[in-house]
Design a protein around this ligand. Structure first.
Ligand code: 8GT
Ligand code: MG
Length: 134
């Protein structure tokens, strides 16, 4: 099975992260996720992320900082998710290509259903928040 490369943004503001709910009719419909999408030919992962965030949210982000890479096998596909930390440089996020948007604290992540691949990232961000509050 071919591996699908995806770039996803951990967009932080005032201790909260921007999460998006996937639209009906797509892979993992209704799940909450970190905005982003598939890399297109010739594009770097950073360029991919910035394009996806423009398309999905109509925002421009500053230089994305690599956070973690997670490879996950779904029954129908293998994804390699490249998570980047970033902040919005201009624009206010709009739900252009998702069902709903929320700014949430790491301690609230458990109230939302994320794709199984995201579990390690959610735990990691929760740990970071605890460390930063010390
Ligand atoms: N964006 C994003 N995708 C994720 C996350 N976790 C996860 O398993 N995925 C999976 O990675 C793939 C990302 O593709 P996508 O559907 O966002 O791709 P895209 O924006 O390019 O849309 P497209 O399907 O219209 O080309 C999906 O199969 C999705 O289920 C996540 O936190 N963020
Ligand atoms: Mg997407």
């Amino acid at each position: 099975m071919t591996v699908i490369e995806v770039a996803a943004g951990l967009i932080q503001r005032d201790g909260r992260y921007l999460i998006a709910r996937r639209k009906a009719g797509v892979h993992l419909a209704g799940y909450w996720e970190f905005p982003g999408g598939k890399r297109e030919g010739g594009e770097s992962l950073e360029d991919c992320l910035r394009r996806e965030l423009r398309e999905e949210l109509n925002v421009v982000v500053g230089i994305p900082l690599p956070y973690r890479i997670v490879r996950h096998e779904y029954p129908e596909k293998i994804v390699e998710l490249h998570f980047f930390r970033c902040v919005i440089e201009s624009g206010e996020a709009e739900a252009l290509d998702c069902a709903e948007l929320r700014w949430v604290l790491p301690e609230e992540f458990n109230q939302f259903t994320f794709p199984p691949a995201d579990a390690v990232i959610l735990e990691s961000l929760q740990r970071d928040a605890i460390m930063e509050s010390r």
